[in-house]
Design a protein around this ligand. Structure first.
Ligand SMILES: [Zn+2]
Length: 155
């Protein structure tokens, strides 16, 4: 038996309803949880496997969240830090939907602009808006660029 496949099967099948986020870059599962607002004090039933051997990625993390299906804007946030992730929606123990993540051209309300004078950081009711140009994210209001450490700017 291929132990890699065996382990993947175990990781994904042991959930009745919910979401399995697979192929997260090794070590980044906890950032994914933070993005989803899951902490020790929320009541989701969450399982995390870190540094699982993966033929495609070397090491990967897997997150299982029971009784929760991710919203599109949550998938957008995950795409920023885990561009190779796959989202499996599970109902009645079966994968009913499997999708890759895709970074959209524009991110609205996903990142906080690092420029404290940006209109999106004032009391104006303006959501942040970033254009995605490769690995650079550019604020549509003040042209501030986020080029590294993206996860620390995620709202
Ligand atoms: Zn800005």
């Amino acid at each position: 038996m291929n132990s890699d496949k065996y382990q993947e099967g175990l990781l994904i099948s042991a959930i009745q309803n919910g979401t399995v986020i697979d192929h997260i870059t090794g070590g980044e599962a906890l950032i994914v949880l933070r993005i989803l607002g899951i902490t020790g004090s929320t009541n989701e039933c969450v399982s995390v496997a870190t540094n699982v051997v993966s033929s495609a990625l070397g090491r990967k993390d897997v997150v299982k969240i029971e009784n929760r299906e991710l919203k599109d804007e949550e998938v957008d946030r995950i795409a920023l830090i885990a561009p190779k992730a796959t989202i499996n929606i599970i109902r009645e123990r079966r994968v009913v939907e499997k999708k890759g993540v895709d970074i959209p051209d524009t991110l609205i309300g996903v990142l906080r602009c690092p420029n404290p004078c940006c209109i999106t950081n004032t009391n104006e009711p303006v959501s942040s808006r970033f254009s995605v140009q490769g690995k650079r994210l550019i604020c549509d209001y003040c042209d501030t660029v986020i080029g590294s450490d993206i996860s620390s700017h995620i709202i």
